[in-house]
Write a protein that binds this ligand. Sequence first.
Ligand code: BDR
Ligand code: CA
Length: 310
Amino acid sequence: MNKQKIILDCDPGHDDAVAILLAVASPKIELLGITVAAGNQTIEKTAKNALNVARFVKSNVPIAIGSAEPLVRDRIICEQVHGESGLDGFAFPNYPQDFDKRHAAQLMIDLIMANDDVIMVTTGPLTNLALAMKLEPRICQRIKKVVVMGGSTDNGNTSPAAEFNIMCDAEAAYIVFNSGVEIYMCGLNITRKVLVYDGIINRMAKINNEVSDMFVQLMRVFNENQRKTFQIPAAPLHDPVTIVSLIDESVVKFTKMNVTIDINHGPSYGRTNCDVFDYLKQEKNVYVAMHIDVDKYWDIVESAIRTFSK
Ligand code: BDR
Ligand code: CA
């Protein structure tokens, strides 16, 4: 079986942490590298978190630090959900901070130019990928597809109109969505269906290995913070939807439609305007996730965590 080669650009972040562990655990995926975006916290914090999670799940892939700031707008973070560290709830060992020396955008470029059919998976703001596309436009012909956690066909979670990852750097999202590369968008309309209820946490706790401990402790804090912030019964585990969609194609169903990114600095800044009903008769340019098999999703998360049992 040919493994799917991916680069994961992330901003850990509780749900990013689970995306990392799934990418490392899956026999269907070859993780070439991790690049880090500022988003849920400052770049120093998200970089440290990415390295801690990767090393905890025994991955030695190169990890490169990306831009501290979005392309145009001012930086925002999501401390109310992910906490002061960006990954509150679990104490990692003190790993050597052995980051790759290259900028995240440069690591992306080098890996994409050296490997055919790379899939870019993004679970944070799109700043690094947009920069890479501008620095080395040839990567746009080489990337197999971009699988994005971001946007929504319906309301946002950071403004009435916008989802956090797109809102953090809508100009970057605009560049990526208009790059000509095939885009698969996993937005809130789908990710809000995979809620980490206490029952899910208890189910994973029963696995009883180091990684299930990490999952359980992180998810307890994530749940509590999301409940307080959004008055919802449990936290949506957004980011792993990207990786799960690659592990088992039957779990997430995509429909191709016209999507535009609003970069007007008004109330809808950062909205992914998804023409679900094809009102505008414009080019269908993005595959948008419209359905998810929730039971299969949790089965995949569970079997990934189980791979870490000796
Ligand atoms: C996205 O925002 C971040 O807080 C999460 O990690 C996820 O990538 C959901 O809107
Ligand atoms: Ca994220």
